[in-house]
Design a protein. Sequence first.
Length: 290
Amino acid sequence: MNRSFLFVPGDSERKLARAARSGADAVIVDLEDAVTPEARPAARRLAAEFIAGDCGPECWVRINPLGTDDAVADLRAVMPAKPAGVVLPKPEGAAAVRSLATLLDRAEAECGRAAGSTRILPIVTETPAALFRLGEYAGSSDRLAGLTWGAEDLSAALGASANKGPDGNWLAPYELARSLCLLAAGAAEVCAIDTVYTDFRDSDGLAQYAAAARRDGFSGMLAIHPDQVTVIHAAFEPTSDDIGRAERVVALFDENPGAGALQLDGQMVDRPHLLQARRILALAARYRTA
């Protein structure tokens, strides 16, 4: 479970080098929005070299939308470098994930990689039609690593002049898209990854946004600048208070095997609380060894 996915343009050696030193859990080399069409051939070569090297973080790649010549060229260029996964833009349902999975089956066989080792992270809210098909992702592919969402392409498709209000909060259509992404990830039993916080200079705002994302059930966030990584990590790592309470919940149930509901600090705790406590302790163990 990654706390941070840092986007980096695939056509910038300087930004790729900085991303490798960012401390992000995962880097997404972007061959879509961040790269102009004429720069994509060179960006593919750079991306493949970066992914194949010892870049430090887990390396993913955002390809161009399926059905385009660019998507085919992206996969052909980067798959021999063995990326951890592919970020899929603008899918309009699970059929796109299955189509990409088929392409990855072939690519893995051609480059001698273990079948199924390349994961898929779709950005599931970038078109209006996509919002009506979010329930399809459950069971769509064993490659599905999570679901994430975005507001910029959606607001452009809707012809909106803004996607946030004066208070900085998402306007209703985009809050709906965020909530549906979270619910769809839960239904599919995969990670929900919250979208980018675009004001990369506003660390306080990012900290508040990331804390709310964790509270709501997201397991990580997309990032657009290396300076955002440490703030995101701090928000998604369990605190010492979280860990202490989780340990007490687990211990209480261990002392009372077979109990369905127990009392802790004057409050009822039951099996969902136990599951959440175990999840917190597993996260804490993972981040201690990261």
